[in-house]
Ligand binder design. Structure first.
Ligand code: NAD
Length: 494
């Protein structure tokens, strides 16, 4: 990657962002806009349409019309595949532009953004493009005078609400399978990270996606997100974000048309280090990256470090040593390891968690502060808190910031009990050389994803989903397709 190309893109003017409805850019119905602040310097980057409920209804109506006349679902699979593959190519050929725009909007360090955002999104769209003509229906083993067909149909209109931490990657996790299965989609990007995702939606149209099949409305979750949730004409709602919004979406569904709601809600993932881990240096390095990359704003972040008591002090110092070497700062510099926190609200929330941890008896052995005030941006030191008891706020609540909670344990049973002591169940890891122990721990820790002797990096071939209050349903892999299809039985008398 070339720093001079990044520097040329970082000063590009960003034009005011409008909605994209029926293939056209449109302003809010009342003309309202909202400022888009950059977490790099706290300055206004541009404005975007501040959507109204009427805007959302118009986007949903456009999606419904596109679905009903089968302008997308009715195309031959090879034609739909071609459009999606072209879209993936366009995402790739515009990767740097998309990544830099996204970083200016959400603050992720560019080294990570380029891979995790356009890189991952293009791969995801391509994966589902290639899958779409390999999804078959079934013939049931019925008695011989009937034919029982099990057909897979698109659900209709999908509403997708996307968070700000990885808008392209997570956006693609929803858009890829939804569009591959022939649905129409209405997208609601996050207030603080809409721009790159809106550009990715434009590229879908450049690739030949028919107007109306993919619509996107910007604005406040409480307004346009609510209108989507309460719509009688959205068939499936897919979401990544906070548990409190997830709960609301279920309520909206119950109060409207009982649409299916799939939630991915983050976690408090335990990273369990036994004294017999194969390589403690490597474990420390991966542990630090597993919590501090993207300033901790990662749903699967290993935010709870559970360390066997006999190596606690030695291992924590190793993690701190790695963290000290991770440069915090300008997210558009290739030297930066930890970029900006997404918003001042999120930063205040992170600092509040550190204060509470200290008040509850945790020892802040590293970090804990806002830094680089002079930039006007939202930067925080990587923070390590030891002595966090399993019932402490820092062990129980998702911070979504660069804050690692450390707890010592004595036995394998202890480690599993502590690992399972939150309402979440998204991800986790166990580090050990003992094969039987690795299998026992990965079986007994209740999460959707477990790593062994590594953390993170699972690719699109495997599902991502949580148990408990980390959500339901899965993104990634062929299992994600299930959210976007209805099974129809055809019972035919022969
Ligand atoms: P959020 O849940 O409020 O926002 C996520 C998305 O939901 C955004 O697009 C937002 O506009 C939309 N939304 C908000 N209120 C809505 C409503 N009433 N109806 C419909 N849509 C609505 O999350 P946040 O406030 O941006 O962040 C708060 C916390 O959420 C974070 O601290 C973190 O714990 C968690 N989070 C998790 C993830 C993840 O990847 N799991 C991502 C972002 C945030």
């Amino acid at each position: 990657m070339d720093q001079s190309k990044i520097d040329a893109l970082r000063v590009r003017p960003v034009f005011p962002q409008l909605h994209l409805i029926d293939g056209k850019p449109v302003p809010a119905s009342d003309g309202a806009t909202m400022d888009v602040l950059s977490p790099l310097d706290g300055q206004v980057l541009t404005t975007m349409a501040k959507g109204t409920a009427a805007d959302m209804e118009s986007a949903i109506a456009s999606a419904r019309a596109a679905f009903d006349d089968r302008r997308w679902a009715g195309q031959p699979p090879a034609a739909r595949k071609k459009v999606l593959l072209k879209w993936a190519d366009l995402i790739e050929s515009n990767a740097l532009e998309l990544a830099v725009l996204g970083v200016r909007d959400n603050g992720t360090e560019i080294g990570m953004a380029i891979k995790a955002e356009p890189g991952s999104a293009a791969g995801t769209i391509r994966y589902y493009a290639e899958a779409l003509d390999k999804v078959y229906g079934e013939i049931a083993p019925t008695q011989s005078d009937v034919l029982g067909l099990i057909q897979k149909e698109p659900v209709g209109v999908v509403g997708a609400i996307i968070p700000w931490n990885f808008p392209l990657m997570i956006g693609a996790w929803k858009l890829g399978p939804a569009l591959a299965m022939g649905n129409s989609v209405v997208l609601k990007p996050a207030e603080t990270a809409s721009l790159s995702l809106m550009r990715m939606v434009e590229l879908a149209h450049e690739a030949g996606l028919p107007p109306g099949v993919l619509n996107a409305v910007t604005g406040e979750g409480a307004v346009v997100g609510e209108a989507m949730g309460l719509s009688m004409d959205v068939d499936v709602l897919v979401f990544t974000g906070s548990g409190s919004t997830g709960r609301r979406l279920m309520e909206y569904s119950a109060r409207s048309n009982m649409k299916r709601v799939y939630l991915e809600l983050g976690g408090k993932s335990p990273n369990i280090i036994f004294a017999d881990a194969p390589d403690l240096e490597e474990a420390a390095k991966v542990t630090a990256h597993g919590i501090f990359r993207n300033a901790g704003q990662v749903c699967v972040a290993g935010s709870r470090l559970l360390v066997e008591a006999s190596i606690h002090d030695e291992f924590v110092s190793k993690v701190a040593e790695v963290a000290k070497g991770m440069q915090v700062g300008d997210p558009l510099s290739l030297q930066t390891a930890i970029g900006a926190v997404n918003s001042d609200r999120q930063l205040d929330q992170n600092l509040g968690f550190v204060e509470t941890a200290s008040a509850e008896g945790g020892q802040i052995i590293m970090g804990g502060n806002r830094i680089l005030h002079e930039t006007g941006g939202y930067f925080m030191e990587p923070t390590i808190v030891t002595g966090v008891t399993p019932d402490a706020t820092l062990a129980q609540k998702e911070v979504f910031g660069p804050v690692l909670a450390v707890t010592a344990f004595d036995t394998e049973e202890d480690a599993i009990r502590i690992a399972n002591s939150t309402v979440y169940g998204l991800a986790g890891a166990v580090w050990t050389s003992n094969l039987s122990r690795a299998h026992r721990v990965l079986r007994d820790v209740r999460t959707g994803v477990m790593h062994v002797n590594t953390y993170g990096g699972a690719d699109g071939t495997v599902p991502l989903g949580g148990v408990g209050q980390s959500g339901n349903g899965h993104d990634k892999s062929l299992y994600a397709l299930e959210k976007y299809i209805n099974l129809k039985t055809a019972w035919i008398k022969l």
